[in-house]
Every structure is written in structure tokens, then in C-alpha cells.
Design a protein around this ligand. Sequence first.
Ligand code: ATR
Length: 313
Amino acid sequence: MGQAPVVSLTWDRRVPARCATVKSFTGLQRSKQPMPDRYAVIGHPIAHSKSPLIHGLFAQATGQDMTYDMIDGGAEPGGFDRALASFRTAGGRGLNVTLPFKLQALAAATQASDDARLAGAANALRFDGDRIEAQNFDGIGLVRDIEHNLGLPLTGKRVLLLGAGGATRGALLPLARAGVARLVLANRTAAKATGLAREAAPHLGGCVVEGGGLADLTASDTFDLVINATSSSLSGEAPAVPASAFASAALAYDMVYGKGLTPFLKAAQAARCTRVADGVGMLVEQAAEAFAWWRGVRPDTRDVLARLTVPLV
Ligand code: ATR
């Protein structure tokens, strides 16, 4: 089998004069100018990914000399591991990882963060010699979007988190770290949510976590925030949440992005939820976390977020 196809995207890499990386590119060193550091996103399919655009804008704004490619890991077994090996051999410094390779990315790691381990998945890798470090920034991006971009502090809040799959797993530790007081996991298949709550509870400090079925939610279960971490919006459906769950919610948040007003967000509006948001901010903020982890500089996300935001209508 040949190498995984790499789609290379480049952007204007002129580095602002204030940038430290300029210094090593001047004078006598010009003929030995080092290659820019290489990063990429890997997935299958991958053509839809916004990551090259986002990281390109971050690199431009922060004056980082780097390239960012798209790698299609293919559908064949072993495709991810082969692509990973050839990217590292070629000097790659880090990868963003998207579906369906997030579990394999964690398995390939020599070191993994607590977030990645509880999520059972990694969405960012960093390479340093023989080390492969794994992180999962999805939940951190979610929290950052809710608190910083949407202005809802999470300390002491009651949160309903819908779903019990990978997206839910990734959100648990960051929500608990943000000081959420009570976390209710409600899933179509109740047993998955009860099992996940039991598994997660010892890791969530003072955050009380409970799990159950969507059908178990009663009118007395009210929340400050309702997050849809199911994949229902991708098939144009909404989880069957009682309207009462939104009654005192300041925000209904759907982790998907670019789908406009999803059935979940429409249900929240119909239940008079104060505010609705999709996951575009989570996407941009998790990217910013990965960028900071790789490059040591956290980009300002406002311009990128404004550029990617699609009105919720
Ligand atoms: P992801 O990694 O995106 O979380 P996943 O691990 O396949 O994907 O999990 C999908 C989640 O969405 C599950 O919690 C699933 O519920 P089940 O465990 O009952 O399958 C949930 N889900 C998908 N479609 C749904 C729908 N139409 N209504 C409610 N929940 C749905």
C-alpha cells in the first residue's frame, strides 16, 4: 500500500517583524533557513475539515513559521498507523485527529493527559523524539466557549449533558474542573449513561454526576445549561428531552456546528430557553488549545470565530 494522500495547504507565511522566529532567518543563516515546522489534521473523510483554515489563520496572526496539511488516513486497517509513522519520519511535529481515528490516536501515544484517558480518545498529538503525547482538547474547547465567548460561568451550575458516547466522555473532566455542581448524563440507551456516570464519578471531584435514560427526566429536573453531545443533529433529529428540562436554562448548546438551528436548538427555543448556540466556538477553541500546546503561544480566537460563525436560523 502507498502512503496516505496528503493535501497540502499553504498560506502567506510572511512573518511580522516582531516575531521571534524571524531572527534566525536573517543574515548569514539565510542559506541554511530551516524548514517550517509541519503539522496536519488526519481523518477519513477529511476534505470537509476546517482545521487547515483555522490553524492557517492562527499561524498568520501569531507569526509562526509552520505548515498545516490534511491527511486522509483511508478506510483500510492500519491506515492511521502508517500515516502517523510516515508523518513522524518526515519530521512532523503534531497532528490534530478527527473521526474515525481518535481512539487509535490514544492507543498510539506514549503519554496521555487525564482528559484523553477519561475520554478514551485523543484529538491532538505532539511528537518529541520517541515520545508521542496525546491530548483531548474538545471538552476544554467547550468550556472555554461557554465561559469566555458566551459569558456563562460554570461554577455551581446544574448541567444536563445529553448522550453517552465519545463527545460526552470528552466533556466530563473539563466541566467538572470548571466547577459544575451537578452533572446529569441522559442517554437514549439508559445503561450507557449510568455506566459512564459510575466510571467517571471518582474522577470528578466535587461534581455530583448521575446517569440515566432520556425517559427518566422528570418535570422537577431543571438545569442551568443543556448540552447536546449526541450525534442526533447529524441525522436531523433531536434527543427526546422534556420541555421542562429547558425551563430555567440560560443556554442550550449543540456540539455540532454549521447545521444552523438544529432540531435540538429549535426544541430549546420552543421551550423558551434564553439562548442557543452551536459548536463552532468549541471547534475554534479546541484548535486554539492545540495550537498553544504545540507553539507555546495562544492565538486570539475572535476573528476566526467571527469568520466561521453561521447565523442560527
Ligand atoms: P460520538 O463520538 O459523537 O459521541 P457515539 O460514541 O457513536 O458518537 O455516540 C453517539 C451518541 O448519540 C450516543 O449517546 C447515542 O445514543 P445511544 O447510546 O442510545 O445510541 C446518541 N444518539 C444518536 N442518535 C440519537 C438520537 N436520534 N436521539 C438520541 N440520541 C442519539
